[in-house]
Ligand binder design. Structure first.
Ligand code: PMP
Length: 437
């Protein structure tokens, strides 16, 4: 059954399709953390729409919110005209933000994708500062349009695509396991922030007056790499001192995934510009940019786009946000994340090809390495993308969907819905353990 759909897809869809190549299943139904394929086989969905499905598939509060919209003849699409629902949605989003940020914030609704909101954020800070160059990070991921791809730090992929936007400077992210400075541990983030500060002070670096800096607090597609808290504080200090708008991309980390409502809260910092998408639309397409009002100097129409008024997504997003708050999900996510990490760390002790286990909350990565090769200067083996791919297939056979990501495509990424239970966490870890043995 799956086969028939996959063949039809292969015959008609673009060669650029991605997930179906690694996950050759056709999905019929989905509920909570589970999806069922055309053969009736049930899987744990730890991909969850690349982190979109905060409450899993078809959560009753989301389904009910959508049903209410349809039953009451609410408009489904209003461009950026306002509605009572939109006002309620904005109220709830602002109420979720730290007061220090919310009190002077403005919100811009964007096209339905995270990438579109990142584009808007860059246009915003370019307009506000009059500057051109942008600081981004190696391993970062911000989207697949020309501008967002330019910002993304997965350089290999972009080598053959011309005419990406210039003026993007990629800085080293504090990825201690594959330390860009060859030191590892806490030294990685100390050297990284020092290096960045030096660059920004050096008139010859060509980046003393950037329009902004963009970063993920936990790099997602880059391999579930959490930035150390001290590093984030340092970066906030440096950017504040130099008047550089700090854009925090929480498209993947936003609303509870890392064990706080927003990942920047772990460091007690406040961004100048915040980008949200994925979970904020409650599993439907929606994205927003939220920023300090001092940057609000762009002109009416500076960022337009037809699908900025997805009312169903606002209804689903509002229901999701309310549920997350009322049920203290961020706190539970922190505990569930520790539980899953502990299982995986236990496994690492006995499995030579598990090189690193890391993450924050329910955004966890397991880096698969080749223990038959030479270790690097930090004593780490090289990444093993082929083995990661094999493990992914073994997991799939056993009913567990995991994404593989990271700079070398060797990181098994665990992104379960935030409503996963302790028993399910244990079962997911058990399946993963069987798949690697
Ligand atoms: N930023 C981050 C951190 C992301 O994880 C993603 C999507 N994986 C994007 C931006 C781009 O979002 P979209 O795919 O909706 O354009």
């Amino acid at each position: 059954n799956n086969e028939r759909y996959l063949e039809s897809q292969a015959a008609r869809e673009s060669n650029a399709r991605s997930y179906p190549r690694r996950l050759p299943i056709a999905i019929l139904e989905a509920e909570g953390i589970h999806v069922k394929d055309m053969d009736g086989k049930v899987y744990y969905d730890c991909l969850a729409g690349a982190g979109t499905l905060a409450l899993g598939h078809n959560h009753p509060v989301v389904v009910d919110a959508i049903r209410q919209m349809l039953e009451h003849k609410r408009p489904l699409h209003t461009l950026d005209l306002t509605t009572p629902l939109k006002e309620q949605f904005v109220d709830e989003v602002f109420a979720s933000l730290p007061e220090a940020f919310a009190k002077d914030a403005r919100i811009q609704f964007c096209g339905p994708t995270g990438g579109d909101a990142i584009e808007a954020a860059i246009k915003l800070v370019k307009t506000a500062t009059g500057n051109r160059s942008i600081l981004a990070f190696q391993g970062g991921y911000h989207g697949s349009t020309h501008a967002t791809m330019s910002l993304s730090g997965t350089l290999g992929q972009k080598e053959k695509i011309n005419a990406l936007i210039p003026d993007v400077h990629h800085l080293p992210y504090p990825y201690a396991y594959r330390c860009p400075f060859g030191v590892g541990g806490e030294e990685t983030h100390r050297i990284s922030s020092k290096y960045i500060e030096n660059l920004l002070c050096d008139p010859e670096s060509g980046i003393v007056s950037p329009c902004g800096m963009i970063l993920e607090v936990v790099q997602g597609e880059g391999g579930s790499i959490p930035a150390p808290i001290e590093w984030l504080k340092e970066i906030r200090r440096i950017t504040k001192e130099r008047n550089i708008p700090l854009i925090i991309d929480e498209v993947q980390t936003g609303i509870g995934r890392t064990g706080k409502m927003f990942a920047f809260e772990h460091a007690g910092i406040i961004p100048d510009v915040l980008v949200l998408s994925k979970a904020i639309g409650g599993s439907l397409p929606l994205s927003v940019v939220i920023y300090h009002k001092k940057y609000d100097v762009w002109k009416p129409g500076a960022h337009i786009g037809t699908f900025r008024g997805n009312q169903l997504a606002m209804a689903a997003g509002l229901a999701t946000l309310t549920y997350i708050k009322e049920n203290n999900l961020p706190e539970k996510v922190a505990q569930l994340g520790d539980r899953l990490s502990n299982h995986l760390l236990e496994l690492k002790r006995n499995v030579a090809f598990i090189g690193d286990v890391r993450g924050r909350g329910l955004m966890i990565g397991v880096e698969v390495v080749n223990a038959d090769e030479q270790q690097d200067s930090l004593g780490h083996y090289p990444a093993h993308p082929k083995l990661a791919s094999r493990i992914q297939q073994e997991c799939l056979k056993r009913g567990l969907i995991l994404e593989v990501g990271g700079r070398h495509s060797a990181v098994m990424r665990f992104l379960p819905p935030l409503i996963v239970t302790e028993e399910q966490v244990d079962d997911i870890a058990r399946i993963f353990s069987e798949a690697v043995h």
